[in-house]
Design a protein around this ligand. Structure first.
Ligand code: FAD
Length: 449
């Protein structure tokens, strides 16, 4: 098996692996600079909302699970609480933030957007809180992943399209490589001692956990090509996110024996490299994100990356425009025109949105602050990408690009959505760079000369 080395077309997208890697090489240095700007590295969110689906599992107490917050005085004045109140009094056309008072999402949203005037919210400097190995695992993490995959069950898809089958069929038959029983509790590769389960809740019966993990879905289209495109896209996006998180864990892995942070090849091979469809879904999700950037091109051209310092704002905008320009090397990464077509399309779209919003709600159940932070950012980033990709062109011309204008529709995206989108693109971009690194490590290990 050719571990870690995908080639060829990316299913359900219009791109191939090599092109995506080429684009990724071009955008990596721009993204690096962009996510270190003041506008893009500060994010406000509520890390302590109650889990709406089940009683608290307890919080991971590992040092690496905690999030370093920053004092509000360190961030631009206009972003702060009292200034945000004033922003609401200006007319919506000049409201660069597009804040809404109370509602957590607008009908067009695919995710619950963090409410920036939430009094419980905290500012976080993302550069100080890297997404990496934290030790969060066990029942709590498995339950969150399971609930996320269960959102892939659509009623309307089943009813509307011939050949689409039920969620149960997908869960039971679509799986290519079921997880080995109980594998999650075994020590991760490279560790001689099991990671201590930091959670108060442990399974009474080990079989419960095994059943839980065995219920998880793998790639729905691996054996059954009849699964609807919308369902495949939904699955690929969450599986792509899961893979990307796993790649970061393996790329910045804490070896408890040596006390060092380093890339762990065994971790990568067992979690990702030996499951080609998981790796494939990272590439797929990357193409969706690239497509969203291109669709948002007009909006971002007009957008004010507000910090209160005109020079800094102009420099940030230039980087964003450079980023968009670089993605154009692969113009047709994902064809959103295929989505939500045919009978019941609108109802299906609503259901798709509701399910994706649930995924963002589930993030409040993650029992590790750092994982929750990046989980929230990335589900918001992906929700933003889906929202922009699902915008239809109403122009009479045949171009599929829709002009989403920040001038005529300033409230279309919240500031937090724009920040989340760029940071999510950066996470996936780094994932692909890490895949390249692991590929070389694997080759060096298997063919030392
Ligand atoms: P898990 O990754 O928990 O996977 C469970 C099962 O899901 C697997 O056995 C397999 O059947 C299936 N599966 C795995 N990957 C895929 C895929 N890509 N597509 C489809 N199915 C798949 N831990 C950290 O150390 N740092 C973090 O930043 C972090 N962030 C997290 C964010 C979220 C939102 C969640 C829910 C968890 C996070 N975790 C993080 C925990 C981490 O994702 C794993 O749950 C944990 O490392 C245990 O891994 P595992 O080997 O048991 O398998």
């Amino acid at each position: 098996q050719d571990y870690c080395n995908p080639t060829g077309a990316i299913r359900d997208s219009c791109c191939d692996v090599q092109t995506v890697e080429g684009v990724n090489q071009a955008i990596t240095p721009i993204l690096k600079k962009l996510v270190s700007t003041r506008f893009f590295r500060h994010y406000k969110l509520n890390l302590w909302k109650e889990c709406p689906f089940w009683p608290d599992d307890g919080l991971c107490m590992n040092r690496d699970c905690s999030v370093a917050t920053i004092d509000e005085s360190a961030i631009p004045l206009a972003w702060r609480q009292h200034a945000l109140g004033k922003v609401h009094t200006v007319s919506s056309s000049s409201d660069v933030f597009g804040m809404s008072d109370t509602c957590q999402y607008k009908a067009q949203d695919f995710c619950l957007v963090e409410n920036e005037d939430d009094t419980e919210g905290v500012y976080v400097d993302l550069s100080q809180n890297p997404e990496r190995f934290t030790g969060y695992a066990g029942v709590s993490a498995a339950r969150v992943w399971k609930s996320i995959y269960e959102e892939n069950c659509f009623n309307i898809v089943h009813k509307m399209t011939e050949g689409c089958e039920t969620c149960n069929n997908i869960m039971n038959n679509g799986e290519q490589q079921k997880p080995t029983t109980g594998s999650s509790l075994a020590p991760p590769p490279g560790l001689s001692q099991p990671i201590q389960n930091p959670f108060a809740v442990v399974p009474n019966d080990r079989k419960d956990l095994d059943r839980l993990l065995n219920d998880l879905a793998e790639d729905p289209d691996s054996e059954n090509e009849e699964v609807c495109l919308e369902k495949r896209v939904f699955y690929r996006v969450i599986s792509g996110l899961h893979s990307s998180i796993s790649i970061h864990i393996c790329d910045e892995y804490f070896n408890q024996t040596t006390g060092e942070w380093s890339a762990n090849l065994d971790c990568f091979v067992s979690r990702i490299g030996s499951h080609p469809e998981r790796l494939h879904n990272v590439y797929f999700t990357h193409t969706l994100l690239m497509r969203a950037l291109v669709k948002l091109s007009d909006y971002l051209h007009e957008y004010t990356f507000f910090t209160g310092d005109a020079k800094e704002e102009a420099a940030t905008k230039k980087l964003v425009l450079d980023l968009i320009e670089s993605t154009k090397a692969c113009p047709s990464t994902f064809d959103e025109r295929q989505l939500f077509q045919g009978q019941n399309a609108q109802a299906l779209k609503e259901e798709f949105k509701e399910h994706f919003r649930n995924v963002t709600r589930i993030m409040d159940c993650v029992g590790c602050e750092k994982c929750k932070l990046w989980g929230k950012i990335q589900t918001t980033g992906l929700g933003t990408a889906l929202k922009s990709a699902s915008k239809r062109n109403r122009s009479v011309t045949l171009t599929i690009m829709m002009s989403i204008s920040a001038k005529t529709n300033p409230a279309l995206f919240e500031r937090s959505e724009i920040i989340a989108l760029i940071n999510t693109i950066n996470r996936f971009s780094e994932s692909l760079r890490a895949v390249d690194k692991f590929r070389k490590m694997y080759q060096a290990k298997t063919h030392p000369n």
